[in-house]
Design a protein around this ligand. Structure first.
Ligand SMILES: Cc1cc2nc3c(=O)[nH]c(=O)nc-3n(C[C@H](O)[C@H](O)[C@H](O)COP(=O)(O)OP(=O)(O)OC[C@H]3O[C@@H](n4cnc5c(N)ncnc54)[C@H](O)[C@@H]3O)c2cc1C
Length: 475
């Protein structure tokens, strides 16, 4: 058998389930494919910096595949609907018998994959699809009543049980293949006109090799302090692996097993930093399971359907002040400027800015979710949607609607010396550690920094009433 491996969000040769099985099964060799579907990226608000990162990763993947004698074809398609025919055409040219890929769980991607499977089956071409993107496959972690978990803590407990009973391993890259006699004129483009990134690429070196180095360094230097450091944005206390995980330059399975190994194979005991970090990778699984089980969250709908009745605000002035980091609340502004200039934002800050957006500005969480996707190098539908719905109190196991973060208290607590704020709002560097969190209250408003765009309690009653009554209005 000869196989074609379709790479998508798994830009690596190491520990890649589809590639591993294709190489094992295909005695007549394998070729590889990547499809550039710009319209899908546009429809999903994919950030230009993420696309640029993918293209750099793709070039490195191509050279890794070359070393294994595997040819990578790069096809650009005009529409998602044409993909089944395009793949079929390539399969005919290279005389393959089967297509291999790792599953994606977003609704458009899974519909696309179904139509590819259906189309190829008409021509007796087999497709082999694998669960690879998450550590435990969707559907494998269920309650005793065989329902899906909607609360994280019991999910995590059950996850630990399923994991302990499974035999999850890191898969090696395939051995060097016999060279196939294939012609390939396709190339990985350097850039795409519609995706011009304004983020410095040296901030995010691409590729599986670099991703592994980041993981190794994180495990040796930071993992054991993760529980203490992870909430302070001025400390580099988190792994910054999210761009690599969401493009598949490294697998979540590999990260989890390496962290577990350094914790002497203890899942829930041992070092607190290690167990907390492994817990974050389980959150990642959790949100992907939600996306798989509740496809409506892929379609701009709330997990708690009754909250779709809430009449959120769509005020353009507030929205643009938030986007550009000009709200007059230093922690919010520094966070938004971090996003706009680096393509990434610290997790504590993602929660703070999203909570401010939904509960103080009372803006529709979907607008914030969309803006994040359009700027994040690690934009991932499941985690982004999960994070936004958590902050908006519309999601599964989300923040209770009445518990609203105060961005000034959050700033005093998690950036006590204002170090992070000064990094991104240098115009505030003359302020004292005490005043930097709330310049306007201390009469420090003459500098080149905006006054608060809103009084923090302005929408409090509106928010509380909206949540209390959204159930009733549905009836
Ligand atoms: C409003 C909001 C939006 C978010 N949008 C995204 C997004 O688009 N893409 C994304 O990968 N994460 C998102 N997150 C989750 C989290 O903020 C990032 O994963 C994290 O900041 C990435 O940094 P890191 O790699 O240093 O994380 P670490 O702290 O080192 O964690 C390791 C990995 O675990 C996963 N992870 C950590 N926290 C979470 C979480 N809360 N939910 C799901 N997975 C998690 C990520 O893959 C992360 O790389 C969002 C969170 C919020 C509150």
């Amino acid at each position: 058998m000869r196989g074609l491996v379709w790479f998508r969000e798994d830009l690596r040769t190491h520990d890649n389930t589809a590639l591993y099985h294709a190489a094992k099964q295909c005695d007549e060799g394998i070729a590889a494919l990547y499809i550039i579907d710009e319209n899908m990226w546009i429809a999903h608000d994919t950030a230009a910096c993420k696309i640029e990162f993918i293209l750099r990763g793709l070039k490195l993947l191509q050279s890794d595949l070359d070393k294994l004698n595997i040819t990578l074809y790069v096809l650009s398609v005009k529409s998602t609907a044409s993909i089944p025919q395009e793949i079929h055409k390539l399969i005919s040219i290279i005389q393959a018998d089967a297509l291999f890929f790792n599953r994606q769980y977003e609704i458009n991607e899974s519909r696309r994959d179904q139509s590819v499977e259906k189309h190829l089956s008409q021509y007796d071409i087999s497709t082999y699809a694998y669960h690879d993107q998450i550590i435990l496959p969707p559907g494998s972690v269920k309650t005793l009543q065989n329902t899906n978990y909607s609360v994280f803590t019991p999910y995590k407990r059950a996850w630990h049980t399923v994991f302990s009973q499974s035999d999850i391993k890191i898969l090696p890259p395939p051995r060097i293949q016999d060279k196939l006699n294939l012609t390939n004129e396709s190339k990985v483009p350097d850039t795409l006109l519609k995706f011009k990134s304004d983020i410095d690429p040296t901030l995010w070196p691409a590729g599986q090799l670099h991703a592994k180095k980041v993981l190794q360094k994180f495990i040796s230097d930071k993992l054991f302090h993760y529980d203490k450091d992870r909430d302070f944005p001025s400390i580099e206390g988190t792994s910054k692996l999210s761009p690599y995980l969401c493009t598949g330059m490294i697998s979540a399975r590999y990260c989890f097993l390496k962290a577990l190994e350094s914790n002497h194979n203890e899942l829930d005991t041992g070092n607190k930093g290690a167990t907390t970090w492994m817990g974050e990778l389980i959150w990642r699984d959790f949100y992907k399971h939600i996306l798989f089980n509740e496809p409506r969250v892929s379609m701009h709908q709330a997990y708690k359907t009754e909250t779709d009745n809430i009449n959120w605000n769509h005020d353009e002035t507030l929205f643009s002040a938030w986007k550009s980091g000009q709200t007059g609340y230093p922690m919010i502004d520094a966070a938004m400027r971090q996003l706009n200039t680096t393509g990434w934002m610290h997790n504590r800050l993602r929660m703070v800015v999203a909570m401010f957006f939904t509960k103080n500005l009372f803006l529709d969480w979907r607008l914030g979710e969309k803006y994040f996707m359009s700027r994040l190098i690690d934009g991932d539908l499941a985690a982004n949607n999960g994070g936004w719905q958590w902050s908006a109190s519309t999601g599964t196991d989300s923040a209770p609607y009445f518990r609203i973060f105060n961005p000034i208290r959050q700033s005093e607590r998690f950036d006590p010396d204002g170090e992070f704020i000064i990094q991104y709002c240098p115009e505030l560097k003359m302020l004292t550690k005490k005043n930097i969190h709330d310049p306007s209250r201390h009469g420090e408003i003459k500098m080149n920094y905006p006054k608060p765009i809103i009084e923090l309690n302005k929408n409090r009653d509106k928010v509380l009433t909206a949540f209390k009554t959204c159930n009733i209005r549905k009836l």
